[in-house]
Write a protein that binds this ligand. Structure first.
Ligand code: DX5
Ligand code: ZN
Length: 215
């Protein structure tokens, strides 16, 4: 059974409390929270004051995906805002190992996200130090894009690397996950499914989450 992490980027911001209640009542495992800075990615989403409120509504793990430059400047603030898992982008971090150490020393789990063009081999020397890889299956910055098919092969390759080294790193797949492609993504080796539009724009979000859990 995959871990299902709905992305609140696709939720109704005018009814955020209702959306959080829905997730809490559903079988969703984590809250996925996307932070964009308009620099690393060409879009700005929401930030600390909003996340602080969202995390207050739940006891489920809050999975914060930072699509920002210089994430070290904000790691402590995200811990205080209630992040359980903090993920930074490999492409944004020339001192990635230091960033990971900082996140762990703050008591959070550490994730590394890779863009669609970034090879899984680039994770080789950080894999032993992290809890999660966020494998981007769209170009980060926007919800509602189509799944990039080549990701399936990348998931298989990364799973192989993790198994060969007997590590316990989770593979999270983020972007364009649908009820149609989710089974293939899980079969390839994904442990965590992020889903924004598929959950929040569906007629019955709780039922959709339930269906994703059955894979
Ligand atoms: C994209 C974000 C994703 C996004 C996924 O930059 O990292 O988490 O919200 O949205 P969907 O599932 O709609 O592609
Ligand atoms: Zn994300």
């Amino acid at each position: 059974m995959p871990i299902v992490a709905p992305s609140l980027l696709a939720s109704d911001f005018l009814n955020l409390q209702k959306e959080c209640t829905m997730l809490n009542e559903s079988e969703a495992d984590w809250f996925h929270l996307d932070v964009m800075d308009g620099r690393f990615v060409p879009n700005i989403s929401y930030g600390l004051p909003v996340i602080e409120q969202i995390t207050k509504t739940t006891s489920k793990p809050c999975d914060v995906h930072l699509m920002i430059l210089e994430p070290e400047r904000y790691a402590e603030a995200f811990k205080e805002a209630g992040a359980t898992i903090l993920t930074v982008h490999i492409e944004a971090c020339p001192h990635l190992h230091r960033n990971i150490q900082q996140i762990k020393s703050l008591g959070m789990q550490a994730g590394v996200a890779i863009n669609p063009h970034t090879p899984v081999e680039s994770l080789k020397d950080i894999l032993q130090d992290i809890d999660l890889v966020n494998m981007m299956s769209v170009n980060p910055g926007f919800g509602g894009q189509s799944f990039i098919l080549h990701t399936i092969q990348k998931i298989r390759d990364l799973k192989k690397m993790i198994i060969e080294r007997a590590l316990h790193v989770k593979i999270e797949v983020d972007g364009g996950v649908t009820l149609e492609n989710a089974a293939a993504i899980v079969r390839a080796g994904a442990d965590v499914l992020v889903a924004g539009n598929t959950v929040f724009k569906s007629k019955d979000p709780k039922a959709t989450i339930y269906q994703l859990k059955q894979l």
